[in-house]
Design a protein around this ligand. Sequence first.
Ligand code: AMP
Ligand code: GLY
Length: 447
Amino acid sequence: MSAGSAPGLPLVPRSILVVGGGAREHALAWRLHADPGVERILEAPGNAGHGDVAQVFPDVDADENAALVALARQEGVDLVVVGPEAPLVSGLADRMRAAGIPTFGPCAAAAALEGSKALCRRIATRAGVPMAAGAVFDALAPALAYAASLDGPVAVKADGLAAGKGVTICGTLEDAETALRDVLERRVFGDAGRRVIVERVLEGREASVIAICDTTTALALPAARDHKRILAGDRGPNTGGMGAYSPVPDLDDAAVAQVVADFHVPTLAALAARGRPFRGALYAGLMLTDEGPRLLEYNVRFGDPEAQAILPRVAVPLAPLLLAAATDRLAEAAAALGIDGVLVPARPEATVAVVLAAEGYPGTPATGDAIEGIDAARAAGALVFEAGTACRDGRRVTAGGRVLTVVGRGRDVPDAAARAHAAADLVRFRGRQVRGDIGLPVAERAP
Ligand code: AMP
Ligand code: GLY
């Protein structure tokens, strides 16, 4: 291990492998590469557009655990940071740790918190975390009877990973029956639908609080708000996320600290007590209700596009914090960096991240369309993080559903939104889909 350190300061990883290749991973690579003492960022598989901050290894895919371990070993990296959930659920972090490589990202047993919504409810219940009334079923009749007993709208959720599409909000019992049959009988989510969760629908606004965690300590990153629907005004089908902003005006610092105390810390303890030690980013998806925040879901990684909005606001070196979390030294590292309390210090400037998506998304996206204007958006002061892009004959073309994220920075959310949307307008490709209302006050949103 070649991690370096100045006296009194935490270890800094000199070389870091980021696993993944989306806009979230581009933002991670960009942020980590700027930290003092970090010399090299590797990314696998990465993306041709990430060469500004990382050396990419396109032949090593994010689901090839053995090849990723071999790459980390061969290149002698000091830290592995895992972006997406799938490699974590399939045990990448376990394999890296078995090879002696510090890894930011939970072991498979802890990653199951995202991999199974039934397990998530069980752990959250034991941790005393506030959430909607709900229960887990593997047969239609009792699930339907329970939905009827809730006497109001219900959320029907496939238990396993379903790329963010496994939740249906049902206003009537007939809708609930259709959704339950889809999951349990028609198996539209495959094996992810062997079990189903039926939950009371909560009213409020959503927010994401992502904390950097080791097995006992949680340090919250600035809160963000994601926009999951494809169309302005929160209409149309769900996506992986069409934009995000930070900070969240209705979740101030004191409220974020309370979320860490009420959600993250007891959850880390409940996981550890059940042999599921968590080291990584614990993402609490919350509904801010009149009775206070309630858990919608846990993810075991940074959000996408939340990371693109949050990481530019982080005001302390990130690399030593992630290494410390990976090696159970987070409290020590936080103290050494002068962090007092449970919040990672943030820059006062706000950020708005706008996703540009391809025609057809969230269904099958069109690909191969020429992209213009990335340089112009950057010249206008925006950050551009690339996801579904490829390089053809020296030019950028579309290559996936969410093509790229444009991030504007400003003195407050409306100012950052104006900058983000102006820069996003400069980036053009055929069939481009973008939500013009990300970061705008609800009243100003397009109908
Ligand atoms: P999940 O994957 O559990 O976060 O659900 C995806 C989305 O479904 C959330 O971001 C919410 O918009 C919505 N959702 C899930 N559960 C509930 C609930 N109990 N009440 C209202 N909306 C929900
Ligand atoms: N933006 C939601 C997620 O990353 O799950």
